[in-house]
Design a protein around this ligand. Sequence first.
Ligand code: NAP
Length: 252
Amino acid sequence: MRVLVLGGTTEASALASLLAADPRFDATLSLAGRTSNPKPQPLATRVGGFGGIEGLARWLRDEKADAVIDATHPYAAQMSANAVAACTQAGLPLGTIVRPPWQRLEDDSWRIVPTAEAAAVALGKTPLRVFLSLGRQDLHAFAASPQHRYVARTIEVPEQAALPPNLKILQARGPFDRDSEARLLVKEEIDIIVSKNSGGTATYAKIEAARELDLPVIMIARPEKPAGHVLGSPEEAVAWLHGCASGSRRGV
Ligand code: NAP
């Protein structure tokens, strides 16, 4: 069975390992190309956009794909929308691994906002020291609130022209642990954190550290993300693919 895995996440890497070890699958992993030095993968890997819905539909046809698994990040809504449209067009089964969001606990002080732009406004007028943990693509939004001092952690150096003036970049890739996150927040004298609700364990430590240090978090809400058949884990995705394969063999 020829499978396309839309990746860029921990779940996509785990699924890549499962599919690579299973001779019934001939799978390709697709990465957006957001990081210049991605982790080596056990599957054939292609990098970069397909060229919208039409480009993806063409790729699926040309490569004779039998099924697609969308294991993209919870905030990668465009890729997921394209996957739904292209798979509908091509008549292919699409499974989507959905990572549950983090839930606010009693001791958490969260303010939920819809976008990075809204987060920049929500920081208020009084200068603060802000820890930005949201990837490099959204950092420009904070140029509109230049009164704050920012510490941003990103995997790659940001490339936007418009960035806030007082910005320190810490280049690092998760997973992170709670003690080192707490040490970092204290060392940088952080007053407030801006985060995406990525879910999962790899980047949850900053939320635990914020709770421990009584720091408020501005949480950027998840976008609406179209999905195919909802799957809870890479293992579930493999079982679902097996079902698709036997279904198509029986002609259903
Ligand atoms: P997006 O807005 O959903 O996608 C934008 C375009 O990037 C897509 O239309 C597609 O281009 C290309 N693309 C995205 N994922 C792809 C994949 N797996 N394979 C091939 N092409 C892909 O997603 P994004 O711009 O990558 O990220 C949106 C947010 O998600 C970011 O702000 C970031 O915080 C978060 N995020 C993304 C990743 C990731 O690996 N992408 C990882 C961690 C966090 P075409 O239309 O040309 O096909």
